[in-house]
Ligand binder design. Structure first.
Ligand code: 4AD
Ligand code: MG
Length: 429
């Protein structure tokens, strides 16, 4: 008898004896026959028990097994066209390892999304959640491989910080032994310090935003992939981002076909290079849509959604006005109000996946920018200091893991891309 994952059972020959361990997803008793669908970390398989074939104690055990009980099953693999996936296990031994109480998620209860999120510790046991998490896992795994192959070193950075990277309005304050500190919005400044030691760095860690907006793309805590490279400009930065997103997409298409099918999602192959759409062109587009906005404003959410809907492949919106960007952005020498920055936008209405740009490398220029924006120079002391000790041109970006997962999995709301999402209204479970 061989302990197998369910996925392995589908790959084994009819007649083989196997043992699987998992949870009871569904069960049906039809006369003297019991059919159950057992789920493990790799998939779902039908098991069937029948008097005369299955010993009486195992027959009793499978009959009494409740939904979501943890069980162990031994039996013989049978090819059966009626079984999902064409194979089932004919039960020779069935044991309940841990019995589940009456499962609270009834068909009616399952219709309430908010109830499902209230009991997310249980509702995550669904095909769709598992499929989404496997896609997310593919996205993160691809990122590790991509940066390793491109010579980037993975670093770490603190979550307790004192400086606002992306503006003060979305900072969460924390009492730090009587002193007020913040939860990190972005590790960018630490990456900028690290690049003088390691040249090309990346990071993967949680970011926190007190975003009051309740939208389908905002979480208050999310995982960010960030990268920063020395001796690089915004063009290098965009190449790095499109390379990463293409690699992630490729991996998901190649390795997660079953999961995409569960989610009913079809993703198009990406084509390099991605289209670059200047901010000014987006304004023209917005005007044609009857949604004009002032030069200098950030692209309004609805405009971003519409321009995203107008494409079927990811693209960049480039050259944002300085007034719509954080203080550290470098501007064009001949266009002092325009930054060397871009947002990477997912198609089909999903919107922003990443923001990146070239940073100010000069101490004087950065100091002037901080002052002109009335920001507290003290808070940026060490960040400024970096410019005194050999700071070359450099650029980087941040990409939200849940945003990418949401797009690739085709989810309506970003919360589904997190196992235990944090939003304005939810901090439990
Ligand atoms: O666009 P953001 O705010 O850019 C930065 O933080 C830069 N300092 C990053 C850098 O250059 N190193 O955030 C980067 C990305 C967004 O494009 C989005 O994918 C994700 O992080 N993100 C969020 N994801 C979910 N919920 C939120 N509230 C998010 N805010 C940003
Ligand atoms: Mg952004």
């Amino acid at each position: 008898m061989l302990f197998r994952s369910i996925k392995q059972v589908f790959g084994s020959e009819a007649g083989e004896k196997v043992e699987v361990k998992g949870w009871v997803a569904t069960k049906n008793v039809i006369g003297g026959l019991v059919f159950a669908i057992i789920r493990d970390g790799t998939g779902y398989i039908q098991v069937s028990a029948k008097g005369g074939v299955t010993p009486p104690d195992s027959m009793d055990a499978i009959k009494s097994a409740t939904k979501e009980s943890a069980v162990s099953v031994e039996g013989v693999v049978r090819a059966d066209g009626r079984a999902p996936g064409g194979k089932e296990i004919s039960v020779r031994s069935f044991k309940v390892l841990s019995r589940a109480e009456t499962w609270p998620i009834t068909k009616t209860a399952a219709k309430s999304a908010s109830y499902l999120y209230d009991i997310r510790h249980l509702s995550i046991r669904s095909r769709k959640v598992a499929a989404t998490m496997k896609i997310r896992n593919e996205v993160v795994g691809a990122t590790f491989d991509y940066f390793r192959e491109n010579g980037f070193t993975l670093i770490s950075a603190p979550s307790f910080v004192q400086a606002a990277v992306e503006g003060g309005s979305t900072l969460f304050g924390v009492d730090y032994f009587g002193k007020k500190v913040f939860l990190s919005q972005s590790a960018q400044f630490y990456e900028e310090a690290a690049l003088a030691a390691l040249e090309k760095v990346w990071i993967y860690q949680p970011a926190f935003r007190a975003e009051k907006s309740r939208t389908p793309k905002h979480l208050t805590e999310f995982w960010m992939i960030e990268a920063e490279q020395a001796f690089a400009d915004q063009s290098d930065n965009m190449s790095l981002q499109e390379g990463l997103l293409s690699f992630m997409t490729q991996r998901v298409i190649q390795n997660r076909a079953d999961e995409l099918k569960v989610l009913g999602r079809v993703i198009a192959e990406t084509v390099l290079p991605f289209e670059r759409v200047p901010y000014d062109e987006v304004r023209e587009f917005a005007e044609k849509q009857g949604l004009p906005f002032e030069w200098g404003e950030d692209v309004p959410t609805e405009v971003e959604r519409l321009v995203s809907l107008s494409r079927d492949k990811p693209f960049f919106i480039t050259d944002y006005p300085l007034s719509a960007r954080s203080f550290y952005h470098m501007t064009y020498p001949d266009r002092p109000k325009v930054t060397k920055s871009a947002d990477l936008i997912a198609p089909e209405g999903f919107g922003e996946l990443a923001t990146g740009g070239q940073r100010i490398a000069s101490y004087e220029v950065l100091m002037e920018r901080i002052k002109s924006q009335d920001l507290p120079t003290e808070a940026f002391g060490w960040y400024l200091d970096l410019r005194k000790y050999g700071m070359p041109d450099h650029a980087g970006f941040g990409m939200g893991v849940e945003r990418v997962t949401r797009w690739l999995a085709g989810l309506k709301h970003i919360r589904g891309a997190s196992l235990f999402p944090r939003t304005t209204t939810r901090v439990s479970p």
